[in-house]
Design a protein around this ligand. Structure first.
Ligand SMILES: [Fe+2]
Length: 150
């Protein structure tokens, strides 16, 4: 994209919980920031990645544990599967980061697109599954005390 924005938040991504929506927005923002770094040319992109990729990975992990805690609190029946998806993603990202740091071929642009595809799949597809579950709890008035403290 020419304007330097790769992913954009849309209200249809909302899972119905402000805290999680805010974290998803932050993930989108971080993806866009990495993307902007890629537009600076190969050398700049590489050094920019070195500086910021760990922050991104740490934030993804932080977000996943917040999400898992929430889903545990609301007794989400597909939590185990969701956790597995989280683990697979972290593994894949760490592999990519490891490849990058070992000096092997790493194309930041490809990585950012991978991140973008994942962010959108995670937010718009996987998290939408539990969003429906949460919406149902809300309708039944069962959500309030279950998310206290997250
Ligand atoms: Fe999420």
């Amino acid at each position: 994209m020419e304007d330097g924005i790769l992913v954009e938040w849309d209200n249809r991504y909302s899972v119905g919980i402000q805290l999680i929506d805010d974290q998803h927005k932050k993930l989108i923002e971080m993806t866009n920031t990495l993307y902007k770094g890629c537009l600076e040319g190969d050398e700049a992109a590489r050094s920019y990645f070195m500086e910021t990729i760990h922050e991104t990975v740490d934030y993804v992990k932080y977000h996943f544990s917040a999400e898992e805690k929430l889903l545990g609190n609301v007794k989400y029946p597909e939590l185990a599967e969701h956790k597995r998806e989280h683990e697979d993603f972290v593994k894949k990202v760490l592999e990519e980061v490891g490849t990058f740091q070992s000096g092997k071929k790493f194309v930041p642009n490809v990585f950012v697109r991978f991140l973008k595809d994942w962010v959108l799949t995670h937010i718009a597809v996987q998290d939408k599954k539990y969003a429906q579950y949460i919406l149902n709890l809300k309708k039944q008035g069962l959500l309030g005390n279950r998310i206290a403290g997250i």
